[in-house]
Design a protein around this ligand. Structure first.
Ligand SMILES: [Mg+2]
Length: 184
């Protein structure tokens, strides 16, 4: 049996930075630098409030605009290789509407027949029971998984570069680096 490998969607497979930047500008009149569009960086810099960010998440991840996001460099190719050795599931915090859009996005972008599980904005601990590997760009999502999932990776961007990564989580800066670590 293949080991189970979980992969977050937004910020790991789909690069939502440009679309997020566009919505924040249109909706709230604030221009966020592309590299600071992650939740932690947005909060730290006070670009918009937490409530506005939640509103952004609904607009962003539950409407057609999210179909315009581009794949993260190397994601589609590396997942294609990973699928030969691992049982891959996308584990996202999106709601069911967002999951449907993610499934469609995967079909269009070269990731056919991949499982997508949504946790409806809740923690991912339950969804990741029995998984050996998980990668996410949110440290907040990874921390509760320490001790539960043996191999945890923080997909890194300038927006999470300042976060201190605790033992049990490893940083990777690209799909290429992850592929090298896993000796694909
Ligand atoms: Mg993410």
């Amino acid at each position: 049996m293949k080991n189970k490998f979980g992969i977050d969607f937004d910020g790991v497979i789909s690069d939502s930075r440009a679309v997020k930047q566009q919505i924040v500008q249109e909706k709230f009149g604030v221009k966020i630098p592309l590299d600071l569009t992650g939740y932690e960086a947005v909060m730290k810099n006070g670009f918009i409030t937490n409530d506005q960010y939640q509103e952004l998440a609904v607009l962003m991840y539950e409407s057609e605009i999210v179909m315009e996001t581009k794949p993260v460099t190397g994601a589609v190719e590396t997942i294609g290789v990973l699928r030969q050795s691992f049982d891959i599931t996308i584990i996202t915090s999106r709601t069911q509407i967002g999951v449907g859009l993610a499934k469609r996005w995967c079909e269009i972008n070269g990731l056919k027949d991949i499982g997508v599980v949504g946790t409806n904005r809740q923690e991912k601990t339950q969804a990741l029971e029995g998984f050996e590997y998980f990668i996410d760009d949110s440290l907040k999502k990874l921390i509760p998984l320490i001790g539960l999932v043996p191999n945890l990776y923080l997909f890194s961007w300038p927006y999470n570069a300042d976060e201190e990564v605790p033992a049990g989580i490893e940083r990777v800066w690209s799909w290429k680096e992850l592929g090298n670590k896993l000796e694909l």
